[in-house]
Design a protein around this ligand. Sequence first.
Ligand code: ATP
Length: 252
Amino acid sequence: MLEVHDLTVRFGGITALDGVGFTVERGEMVGLIGPNGAGKTTLFNCLTRRYQANAGRVGYEGRDLLAEPPHAIAALGIARTFQNLGLFPRMSVRENTMVGAHHHGRAGFLTASLRLPGVRREEARLRAEADEVLERLNLTALADHPAAGLPFGTLKRVELARALAARPKLLLLDEPVNGLSHAEVDEFSGALRAIRDDLDVTVIVVEHHMGFVMGICDRVICLDFGRKIAEGPPEQVQRDPAVIEAYLGTAA
Ligand SMILES: Nc1ncnc2c1ncn2[C@@H]1O[C@H](COP(=O)(O)OP(=O)(O)OP(=O)(O)O)[C@@H](O)[C@H]1O
């Protein structure tokens, strides 16, 4: 599904990604780990075309992803969540979720403003789809509640709901369980497993929570200073001396 070759991104004198390469098969759940500043978010920003790569290639379902404009990413089936949440505080949980589905809508600015019957039907369809996602994530009771004022753990689930409403084939999760309690992490893991099994979604997840990553991922890739330093099954990567050193080096 995804083939990343020799991806390099520089910001002035900093090389945020340095010749990174890996592949992801359809249906896999891949963990992307590495100390702060390793280049994980930069990688997501390249895959969603927010950042321009200096070198390298990315193949996505046989396409040259780096040749696609940023606005085409959602329609290609790539959705992401953000480390610091990308929600609209004054909009309800349902409305925030419907934002994720906007690229399925066909109504233009004019037809939408005129509220023609076709537009109303379409809105009802998007709303029904959003409600289905909310149900799956145990958010139905909060559908009409504004995002503002909800606990952080709940907002993390709303953020996931928004990404799922886009009906993604490839889901990029940026620190989805950061700041969650132990019980919330377990709940999130369960929901994510069910989503992967039921919705045929391929997942790449950036996370510092090792218990979560090791418990849920089929394969783990570790970056350090923009380079891939390890890749393999979770138990193997966890024991890899280069990975241990990268983390301990940061802590020291
Ligand atoms: N827009 C930018 N402009 C300049 N430097 C940037 C930019 N984005 C990222 N960087 C730099 O690139 C490097 C990689 O950052 P990135 O955010 O990708 O790391 P990360 O692995 O996601 O870290 P964290 O775990 O802290 O989120 C860092 O040195 C960072 O300062």
